[in-house]
Design a protein around this ligand. Structure first.
Ligand code: NAP
Length: 267
């Protein structure tokens, strides 16, 4: 048994989850990695064990299924050395407009983006509270507060994650556990070219370069922000551009300007 801390990362076979796995391993954490594609997780395990002399365990699971969430939940709550939980597993569902969406896919999304993180956070707090220390990162999105056509459930689940993380931090106030709702804008990962995003993937070609972040940068900023306890903020937007855009969206003084710019559609 190792005396290194443990980091659990869901969605670790690609994108930001994979990058969290890499950076947390480089920091000397053992890893428990979860995603559906076991062969990708196994390749990552080999890479990280060789590069950083840490132990990596993989669990190929579909976390949109309740029985799999329960399996992982049990594993997490029995992990005495748990220090990090990163809920990164997620997907987008193209640009279909209600009611022309697949109710099955939307239900899977709700389970993966809300039920799974909620149950995994609950399980993680059992060892974290005993240890008096822990970091929970829930990957939400600036989509949590930007209304977006064809993404009703995506934006709603991300809004859930933001609200959930804020109140969870309030519950954890005296426990030494820090909770972060990581809210990136566009990040260059496999997200926009996945099977469920096929119908809208060409839309993303027109988005200018300055609106895209690299996963390496987003993850580095997120880990640093989580560790900076005295400056800790639950909602963390890793890019300056999206911080400005979010202020514009939120600030009540700017409401008339927002309505004017949207031709009266955005009230
Ligand atoms: N990329 C962006 O622009 C962006 C912006 C803001 C927020 N986000 C959020 O960031 C998170 C990570 O996204 P990403 O950009 O890194 O996307 P990505 O590269 O497509 O990675 C998504 C990860 O989630 C896993 N996953 C998907 N469905 C799963 C399921 N049912 N069960 C278990 N694992 C599952 C995938 O692995 P398998 O396919 O092997 O299961 C993969 O490892 C998501 O929650 C996303 O909503 C992304």
């Amino acid at each position: 048994m190792s005396n290194r801390p443990l980091a659990v990362v869901t969605g670790a076979s690609d994108g930001m989850g994979k990058e969290f796995a890499r950076q947390l391993a480089a920091m000397g954490n053992d890893l428990l990695l979860i995603a559906r594609r076991g062969y990708v997780l196994d390749a990552l395990k080999d890479e990280l064990e060789k590069a950083h002399s840490v132990s990596v365990e993989t669990m190929p699971l579909d976390l949109s299924k309740l029985e799999n969430i329960e399996l992982l939940e049990k594993k997490i709550q029995d992990s005495d050395s748990l220090l990090w939980l990163v809920n990164a597993a997620g997907f987008g569902s193209g640009s279909a407009i209600f009611p022309h969406v697949s109710p099955d896919i939307e239900t899977q999304m709700l389970t993966l983006h809300t039920i799974a993180p909620m149950r995994l956070c609950r399980a993680a707090l059992i060892p974290m509270n005993v240890n008096g220390r822990g970091f929970i990162i829930n990957i939400a999105s600036v989509a949590a507060w930007l209304a977006s056509e064809g993404a009703v459930d995506y934006t709603a689940t991300k809004a859930f994650l933001v609200a959930f993380s804020k109140s969870l931090q309030a519950d954890c106030r005296k426990t030494g556990v820090l909770v972060q709702a990581l809210c990136p804008g566009f990040v260059r990962t496999g997200f926009h070219s996945s099977e469920t995003m096929k119908t809208s993937s060409e839309l993303y070609d027109n988005i200018p370069n300055f609106m895209w972040d690299k996963p390496q940068k987003v993850v580095l900023k997120s880990i640093r922000a989580a560790q900076r306890e005295s400056w800790h903020r639950v909602v963390f937007i890793p890019s300056f551009f999206y911080r400005v855009l979010s202020t514009f969206t939120y600030c009540p003084i700017l409401t008339p300007l927002r309505i004017w710019l949207s031709g009266g559609k955005m009230r």
